[in-house]
Design a protein around this ligand. Structure first.
Ligand SMILES: Cc1cc2nc3c(=O)[nH]c(=O)nc-3n(C[C@H](O)[C@H](O)[C@H](O)COP(=O)(O)OP(=O)(O)OC[C@H]3O[C@@H](n4cnc5c(N)ncnc54)[C@H](O)[C@@H]3O)c2cc1C
Length: 466
């Protein structure tokens, strides 16, 4: 089963989303040394939301965002566009650290983060970048179906009510989307489909309208107490926010804080009406499978399918291609998965592929931190769940920097410190071994349909903190 990709396939070039939204003209770089109230390093959604909420609360403050390329160059402009309510860290881990009540509060805050992220988009004039279509997870093996049912049971204990999530039988699922071999799955309304570049560009524009200065083409080389050192000058500030996610590794002082994990997408040409009719999917819900080596899909507003997964998860020494090229075998793997799910799309042309980096903390749980003494703040480690998590992090950082004690500052991700990743080659062995184990477990499950083969996957889950 194949898709078609030839020389015409664009590989890298940041993402289809950026190309589709219109390649931005970068803003001017930092003009030299500055003294401000808050310096935010990283122009992705974490940095931008922090600026957005702080500036609204303190319009008199000088707030700057420092970005190496352009806002949306990183994961925020490359992701799969699932704005979901799943917290960026396991419930059990937050509960073990801070208690069940705190973990339940985190879940409620995530429902609120999706709501807020959608509402702001409409208020600020980029509502066309977001659509509340909901989310379906589909199982195509008995083992995957058992996992889906177990997950829904767990979600119900973690604050998801009857109207927040429910299981789908095979026929119910097939009425929504015609996935080959679908046995069932689950559905939740708490997920919006996002055009990531239009969305991030929209937030950046809103931030600028508030009076925040965004300096692009400026590389931070060190974050020190009350100071950012850049290639264009030094910025002194009351608070310095590190919002670099997978790129944190580029700071010489942070080589093992967050592991830069690759995630790759391919996007098809627009589907014909006949192809659309063959796959159903009239509701354009976000779509994921229940395989260990998880694939995530969206049907875009212009009827393309964007599908993502882990081709080559990690490169030795935490290296990665900034432009976002996808390894050839990754393109094949993801393309094959698309045609497995939708055989009627056999031969469909892939138009672009790209790769971005997720920030993975050693305990696989996102964290928000602020030290009032040094003025150093940070947020990140969302793994693959940052689209709404960044909004919650931005509001939490606002409260922390203002010194307010609020429901947000009491959420269990505040003040977490994960230990550092191992030195190489241990890091490489762990990260690549993990995904090899997942792929192996998936193959076994698909061929034998036996959940008993998931022992290896369970070991991998423990490494991945699931
Ligand atoms: C391929 C992919 C698919 C994903 N899919 C989803 C999804 O469907 N749903 C979901 O919820 N999450 C998803 N995620 C995760 C989500 O995109 C991220 O969690 C979120 O965008 C992180 O935002 P951020 O602002 O923290 O980081 P980023 O958006 O990565 O921003 C960091 C910024 O820092 C800049 N920078 C780097 N180094 C420097 C420096 N030295 N000085 C100045 N600036 C610097 C970069 O250019 C970049 O713009 C996905 C991620 C990837 C990569």
């Amino acid at each position: 089963m194949t898709t078609t990709h030839s020389e015409e396939l664009i590989n890298g070039d940041v993402s289809f989303w950026v190309r589709d939204a219109g390649w931005p003209t970068p803003r001017a770089p930092l003009p030299g040394d500055l003294d401000v109230d808050v310096a935010i390093v990283g122009g992705g959604l974490t940095g931008l939301w922090t600026a957005y909420y702080l500036k609204q609360e303190r319009p008199d403050w000088e707030i700057v965002v420092i970005e190496r390329e352009f806002c949306g160059f990183g994961a925020s402009g490359r992701n799969g566009g699932w704005m979901s309510a799943e917290p960026a860290g396991p419930f059990g881990r937050y509960a073990a650290d801070r208690g069940v009540e705190a973990a339940l509060a985190m879940q409620q805050a995530m429902f609120g983060a999706v709501r807020e992220s959608v509402d702001v988009a409409h208020r600020e004039g980029f509502g066309d970048a977001v659509d509340e279509t909901g989310l379906i997870h589909v199982a195509t093996s008995q083992a995957g179906l058992a996992r889906a049912h177990k997950h829904v049971q767990e979600m119900k204990q973690q604050g998801w009510g009857e109207n927040d999530v429910h299981t789908l039988t095979g026929p119910e699922l097939l009425r929504r989307v015609n996935v080959d071999g679908a046995l069932g799955g689950y559905w939740t309304p708490h997920c919006a489909r996002v055009h990531p570049a239009k969305y991030t560009f929209g937030v950046a524009a809103a931030v600028e309208r508030l009076g925040v200065r965004i300096y692009e083409q400026t590389t931070a080389t060190a974050l020190e107490p009350h100071k950012v050192v850049t290639d264009r000058g030094d910025v002194t500030a009351h608070a310095v926010v590190r919002a670099l996610e997978g790129y944190t590794v580029s700071l010489p002082a942070e080589p093992r804080t967050l592991l830069p994990m690759n995630s790759s997408l391919v996007i098809t040409e627009p589907l014909t009406q006949q192809q659309l009719d063959s796959i159903g999917w009239a509701g354009a819900e976000l779509l994921g499978d229940t395989a260990h080596s998880f694939s995530y899909l969206q049907l875009t507003a212009d009827h393309r399918i964007a599908i993502g997964g882990r081709g080559k998860p990690y490169d030795f020494g935490s290296r990665f291609d900034r432009g976002g090229r996808t390894a050839e075998f990754g393109i094949d793997l993801i393309g094959e998965r698309l045609v497995q799910l939708f055989p009627s799309l056999e031969g469909i042309r892939l138009e672009q592929t790209w790769t971005g980096v997720l920030g993975v903390p050693r305990d696989w749980s996102a964290a928000v931190n602020y030290d009032a003494g040094t003025g150093l703040a940070s947020a990140g480690g969302y793994v693959g769940h940052g689209l709404s998590g960044t909004n919650l992090a931005g509001r939490t950082l606002r409260d922390l920097i203002l010194g307010h004690d609020t429901e947000l500052t009491r959420l269990p991700w505040t003040g977490r410190k994960a230990r550092h990743w191992e030195v190489e080659p241990l890091r490489w062995i762990g990260a690549t071994g993990l995904y090899k184990a997942y792929r192996w477990a998936d193959q076994r499950e698909n061929s034998s349909d036996s959940p008993s083969t998931s022992v290896i996957a369970k070991v991998a889950d423990r490494i991945a903190g699931r």
